[in-house]
Design a protein around this ligand. Structure first.
Ligand code: SAH
Ligand code: SF4
Length: 365
């Protein structure tokens, strides 16, 4: 198998260049061609001598995952389904807003953590994505959006923010995620601000500490419950990394974080975690940590066993938090009609007989 240059950040490309007897500045040229220009063909890299282009073609490829489908919802949310081989698909979602454009990236095929309300969790764990597959999502989206992007949006670049909130738990695919983060932040690649790249985790404490040391970016923590008894049920990893310890890791993270707060995500499940008493308990829990709360109305999927909290319950819950002085937002649900909303990224299996994508849910039922 050839070397895929999409698997390398600046450091990796520099070593690769050394191995083929090229100077370090070639790594910078390659980075810019691959990630800034979105170029996958060595022959189009006009400032590289023909001999070098031939050498590169013999030694390596630039191979992103293939796009299987590309849908845009009426609200502008755009979703790509990418093939990562063996019938596995991953999804990437772009959410345009007036002042920013956010790309939601997947880190794994499936997820081992089995949160009760998450359709990715229901599908079980298949495998970690490679760097090429993680950064390949940004590579494609950037290319596709740059082609269609107009300055009407009032900003220079289509993608200003990244959230690692697609399929999978990013911190259990640590090395590949960190290498991908390096590329997102690298000025010769995507040049995004640390404050605008967010890793979302269900709370893998040792990896949160490592992320703080290796590549501190903005952090979102999936809390979803105000006490261990309930969180044990909703987010099973809580049995290993309970809330108090998790909050300790958040405090440590804040010492090197690019933002001075942690975002706590809280999925709103009707009759499960959305009462006023639970909102008060949540206030007591997080009141000493600089944080923002992001309430996410549950996105249903077949046989989930949960219902979305009513709009009233969500606003009552939010009011309790806000009255206690906690900055609280309610996530707008976007891309519902193309199943692109949080937790609906069930992944797709490719039916090898029909060669058409279909969802796990369809396959099962
Ligand atoms: N594994 C990471 C990131 C991916 S999930 C994590 O759990 O944080 C991104 C966010 O969507 C998490 O807060 C997750 O709990 C939430 N989520 C999962 N399923 C959901 C659903 N069905 N409706 C709404 N949010 C959901
Ligand atoms: Fe995995 Fe996150 Fe889904 Fe939990 S919510 S199963 S950690 S993807």
């Amino acid at each position: 198998m050839s070397i895929n240059l999409l698997d390398f950040d600046a450091k990796g490309l520099t070593s690769f260049c050394a191995e083929i007897g090229e100077k370090p500045f070639r790594a910078r040229q390659l980075l810019r061609w691959i990630h800034r220009a979105g170029e996958a063909d060595f022959d189009a890299m006009s400032d590289l001598a023909k001999g070098l282009r031939e050498k590169l073609s013999a030694a390596a490829v630039i191979e992103p995952p293939k796009v299987i489908s590309d849908h845009t919802a009426p609200d502008g949310t755009r979703k790509w389904l990418l093939s990562v081989g063996a019938g596995n698909g991953i999804e990437t979602v772009y959410i345009p807003e007036t002042s920013r454009g956010t790309l939601c990236i997947s880190s794994q095929v499936g997820c081992a953590l089995a949160c009760a309300f998450c359709s990715t969790g229901r599908q079980g764990f298949n495998r970690n994505l490679t760097v090429a597959e993680i950064i390949g999502q940004l590579w494609w989206a950037n290319k596709a959006l740059t082609e269609t992007f107009t300055s009407e949006a009032g900003r220079e670049r289509p993608i200003t923010n990244i959230v690692m909130m697609g399929m999978g738990e990013p911190l259990t695919n640590f090395e590949n995620v960190v290498t991908s983060l390096d590329l997102m932040l690298d000025d010769n690649a995507y040049g995004l601000s640390r404050r605008r790249v967010t890793v979302s985790t269900s709370g893998i404490i040792p990896a949160m500490d490592r992320l703080r040391e290796r590549c501190p970016v903005a952090l979102a923590v999936s809390l979803h419950a105000p006490n261990d008894a309930l969180r044990d049920q909703l987010v099973p990893i809580n049995r290993k990394y309970p809330i108090r310890e998790l909050l300790g890791a958040c405090e440590r993270y804040l010492q090197s974080a690019p933002r001075d707060f942690i975002t706590f995500e809280y999925v709103m499940l009707d009759g499960v975690n959305d009462s006023v008493a639970q909102a008060r308990e949540l206030v007591q829990l997080v009141r000493d940590i600089p944080c923002k709360l992001n309430l996410i109305p549950f996105n249903p999927f077949p046989d989930s066993g949960f219902r979305r909290s009513s709009a009233n319950a969500v606003s009552r819950f939010r009011d309790v938090l806000m009255e206690a002085g906690l900055v609280t937002t309610v996530r707008k649900t976007r891309g519902d009609d193309i199943a692109a909303a949080c937790g609906q990224l069930a992944g797709k299996v490719l039916d090898k007989t029909r060669r058409a994508p279909r969802s796990i849910a369809e396959a099962a039922g």
